[in-house]
Design a protein around this ligand. Structure first.
Ligand code: GLA
Length: 395
C-alpha cells in the first residue's frame, strides 16, 4: 500500500523540462542514495512530461522516446528499484499532455497496464487539453479506477492545479496528492503567491490526500526550465519550511548532481521532515491572541479574514503530543525585522494549565523554555522560525 504521509522525491520538470534522458535518471538515482537523501526519506524518482514519442504506435500504445530512453522504461524502473527507490511517471487526463505528447483520455486502462508492466509506482496526472464535455472529477475517476485495477500499487498524483473545484471532489478518486496550486517558478513572488493561497486551504489538506503545493525550487539558483530569477538562501529556507510545515509532498526540483552543501542540508533538515511526515496528520492552525470577551467576536466572520496571511503564526499538533510552531515573515516591506508575539493560550496552553513549552529550534537545535506564557520573535524579511515544542511543567 502507498504510505499515508506526503510523498518525498525528485522530479525532472523544474530543471530539465523536455531535456530528459536515461542517464539523467540513473545518475539522479545514484545521487539520491550517495547524498543520504534516500535515507532522509526521498524515495520517488519521477519523470515528468516529454518522455514519449509524439505518436502512439499501431496498437495505440505509448512509446518511450528511443533517443531519450534507449532501453525502455522497465530498464529505468529496474535500476531505480535496485537503488531502493520508487519510480514515477507522468501522463495527462486530456488528449495531449501539456507539452503536446499523447495523453491518456480514452486510453486509461491500456496506459495503466503499461505503467504497471514497466514497474511504475507513482503517476502524476495532468489536466491540459481535457475534453470540455467530461467533468474533471470523472476524468480523474477514470484513471483512478484504471490504476486501482492495474495489478500494481501506484500512487496517484492528481495535477489539475486546483481548477474546477478540485478540492471538493479529489478525495473521492483515491488520489494520494492533488496539485492545489498553479505552476511554481524559481522566484520569491511565486513562492509567496503559492504559500498564501494555501494558507486559505488548510482544511482541504489531510490524511491520504495531500495538498500538493508544486515541486520545490530550493537550490535551483535561477537555472533550468522554471529557473527565472532565483531566490536568496533565506527565501529557499522559508519556502522549504512552509511546504514541509503545511504538509505538502516534497518533490525536489533542482539538479541534485550539482547541489551545494547548503541546499542538501536544507533538504535534509530532520525537524522539518519530521513535521512533514507526521503520521497523525493534523491540520496546521493559525495562532491568534485569545479574545476573552465574547461580545467582541463578530459572528459570521470568515475564518481566514481574521489572520494575517503575510505574517502567519502557525501551530500543528504532532502524533507524539509535541507541537510544531512556525512563524513566517512573507512581507516585502522595507521594515526588515518583524517583531511578533505568540501567546501559548492560542494553542490551548494558558498559564492556568500550569504547563509551558520547551522549544527546540529546527535550524539551530537551540533549546529554550517559554516563560510567562508568551514567546517573542524578531524575524527578518522573507525569513522564518520553526520549533518543535514539548509540553513541560511551567515551574
Ligand atoms: C503542467 C504541470 C507541471 C508540469 C508541466 C509539464 O504545467 O502543472 O507541473 O508537469 O505541465 O508539461
Amino acid at each position: 500500500m502507498v504510505k499515508n504521509v506526503p510523498a518525498l522525491g525528485w522530479n525532472t520538470w523544474n530543471t530539465f523540462g523536455t531535456n530528459i534522458n536515461e542517464s539523467l535518471i540513473l545518475e539522479s538515482a545514484d545521487i539520491l542514495v550517495s547524498t543520504g537523501l534516500r535515507e532522509a526519506g526521498y524515495e520517488y524518482i519521477v519523470i515528468d512530461d516529454c518522455w514519449s514519442l509524439r505518436q502512439r504506435d499501431e496498437n495505440d500504445q505509448l512509446v518511450p522516446d528511443p533517443e531519450k530512453f534507449p532501453h525502455g522504461m522497465k530498464y529505468v524502473a529496474d535500476y531505480v528499484h535496485s537503488k531502493g527507490l520508487k519510480f514515477g511517471m507522468y501522463s495527462c487526463a486530456g488528449f495531449m499532455t501539456c507539452g503536446g505528447y499523447p495523453a491518456s483520455y480514452g486510453h486509461e486502462y491500456d496506459d495503466a497496464k503499461a505503467f504497471a508492466s514497466w514497474g511504475v509506482d507513482f503517476l502524476k496526472y495532468d489536466y491540459c487539453f481535457h475534453p470540455c464535455t467530461v467533468p474533471g472529477h470523472i476524468l480523474y475517476k477514470r484513471m483512478a479506477l484504471a490504476l486501482q485495477n492495474c495489478g500494481r500499487d501506484i500512487l496517484f498524483s492528481a495535477c489539475s492545479w486546483g481548477a474546477d473545484d478540485t478540492k471538493i471532489w479529489i478525495k473521492e478518486t483515491g488520489a494520494n496528492m492533488w496539485r492545489s496550486t498553479g505552476d511554481i517558478n524559481d522566484s520569491w513572488a511565486s513562492i509567496k503567491d503559492l504559500a498564501t493561497s494555501q494558507l486559505r486551504a488548510l482544511e482541504y489538506n489531510g490524511m491520504g490526500c495531500f495538498n500538493d503545493m508544486d515541486m520545490l525550487v530550493v537550490g535551483m539558483n535561477a537555472k533550468g526550465n522554471v529557473g527565472f530569477v532565483g531566490c536568496t538562501p533565506e527565501e529557499y529556507k522559508t519556502h522549504f519550511a512552509l511546504w514541509a510545515f503545511l504538509g505538502s509532498p516534497l518533490m525536489i526540483g533542482c539538479d541534485i548532481r550539482e547541489m551545494s552543501e547548503e541546499t542538501l542540508a536544507l533538504l535534509k533538515n530532520k525537524t522539518l521532515l519530521r513535521i512533514n511526515q507526521d503520521t497523525a496528520y493534523r491540520q496546521p492552525f493559525f495562532c491568534a491572541k485569545l479574545e476573552r470577551n465574547p461580545e467582541k467576536i463578530v459572528p459570521g466572520t470568515d475564518y481566514y479574514e481574521k489572520y494575517p496571511l503575510e505574517t502567519p503564526i502557525l501551530a500543528r499538533f504532532l502524533d507524539d503530543g509535541t507541537v510544531a510552531i512556525g512563524i513566517f515573515n512573507l512581507t516585502d516591506s522595507e521594515a526588515t525585522i518583524w517583531s511578533a508575539t505568540l501567546q501559548l493560550d492560542a494553542i490551548g496552553l494558558g498559564e492556568d494549565t500550569g504547563m509551558t513549552l520547551e522549544l527546540t529550534d529546527a535550524f539551530t537545535g537551540e533549546v529554550r523554555k517559554v516563560r510567562n506564557g508568551c514567546i517573542h520573535f524578531r524575524i527578518p524579511k522573507h525569513d522564518c522560525k520553526v520549533f518543535i515544542g514539548k509540553v513541560v511543567p511551567a515551574k
